[in-house]
Design a protein around this ligand. Structure first.
Ligand SMILES: Cc1cc2nc3c(=O)[nH]c(=O)nc-3n(C[C@H](O)[C@H](O)[C@H](O)COP(=O)(O)OP(=O)(O)OC[C@H]3O[C@@H](n4cnc5c(N)ncnc54)[C@H](O)[C@@H]3O)c2cc1C
Length: 299
């Protein structure tokens, strides 16, 4: 089946939804295609209940409410879910069950389809209390939680969970964080372990009961291990991509764009998928990228 539209937007995460809002407001025809059965991308799948405080113009909002707000500005008839796009050629998008001819194509596929990067310790797969995504976190109230990672997700969850538990440990392999350390500056009850890596799990046949971590020391120094009792372990090591390249050259997970967020000719990429110097994978930059691309296609 062949469809035609003005802008084919691939991915209905915050970037795709925001761009669809711009098109809707300006009366530009569009089609919003997502492989998942829900809109909202990482927000819906990974952190629907979290507070977001760094969206320009919004003081504070619960993530799922932000998606609901974006969804209000989109014509639902123009959203196609459960449809993976595998290839793009010039003006043509090849989706699973149809082909779309579009004047412009916007890639807003985030980090694509991915699976979480594991801790990498024995018995990890057998432990039901090792989590890689959190949709809700109220069940962690007063629990012993070990959080691994040094990016924004690890820091965000450390902040939220340390509000409801006094036994939260953040373990990172470096002394500096990749994410914004300001996030945890007021978390006086958070136990920091820097620089440490996971070493082994102690488990009761079903759940991890504690995790042993190893200090990162210069070679030749004696080994130093610490054991942390846990109810839950939360791993924030990012994702291993299992994505398609759509027929473009990708640099690892990402697609390089020029200063106009252009991949080539009439194809643009915005949000987490695109890459340029100093790119930040957050919502504020993707809004700026969408505004920029929208101006270009309107001119
Ligand atoms: C735990 C966590 C907390 C965060 N907290 C914040 C925060 O507080 N503030 C902030 O600014 N940012 C935060 N971020 C980052 C923010 O969520 C991302 O920058 C944002 O989701 C990127 O949006 P996106 O639309 O580019 O991609 P995504 O949200 O990844 O959405 C991409 C969409 O594309 C779809 N897709 C992928 N491949 C295909 C395909 N081949 N065909 C069709 N559809 C496809 C996916 O199904 C998905 O719906 C957080 C991230 C995490 C993980």
């Amino acid at each position: 089946m062949m469809k035609e539209t003005g802008v084919a937007i691939i991915g209905a995460g915050p970037a795709g939804l925001y761009f669809a809002n711009l098109c809707e407001k300006a009366g530009i025809d569009y089609l919003l295609i997502d492989a998942s059965n829900e809109v909202g991308g990482q927000i819906t799948h990974l952190y629907p209940e979290k507070e977001i405080v760094d969206i320009p113009g919004i003081k504070s909002i619960i993530s799922k409410d932000y998606i609901a707000q974006l969804l209000k500005g989109v014509n639902h008839q123009k959203i196609v879910l459960n449809t993976k796009v595998e290839k793009i050629e010039k003006n043509t998008v090849f989706a699973e069950e149809f082909v779309v001819k579009a004047q412009y194509i916007l890639l807003a596929v985030g980090l694509g389809f991915s699976s979480p990067r594991p801790l990498g310790v024995e018995h990890e797969n057998e432990c039901s209390n090792i989590l890689y995504h959190l949709k809700k976190f109220d069940f962690l109230k007063n629990k012993k939680v070990a959080i691994f990672g040094g990016g924004d997700s690890a820091l965000d969850w450390s902040k939220e969970i340390s509000k409801i538990s006094n036994d939260v440990h953040l373990i990172h392999r470096r002394t500096e964080f990749r994410g914004n350390p300001e996030t945890i500056k007021d978390c006086s009850n958070l136990n920091l372990h820097l620089p440490y890596v996971p070493y082994s799990l102690e488990y009761d046949g079903e759940k991890a009961t504690s995790v042993t971590i190893k200090e990162v020391r210069p070679e030749g120094e004696p080994e130093h291990l610490e054991k942390i009792a846990v109810d839950y372990i939360l791993v924030n090591y990012g994702n291993v991509a299992a994505n398609c390249n759509f027929g473009f050259k990708r640099e690892g997970l990402f697609i390089k764009v020029d200063k106009d967020n252009r991949v080539n000719d009439n194809i643009f990429a915005v949000g987490d998928i695109c890459d340029y110097e100093d790119k930040k994978r957050r919502i504020a930059p993707l809004i700026a990228e969408c505004d920029k691309v929208f101006k270009i296609i309107q001119s």
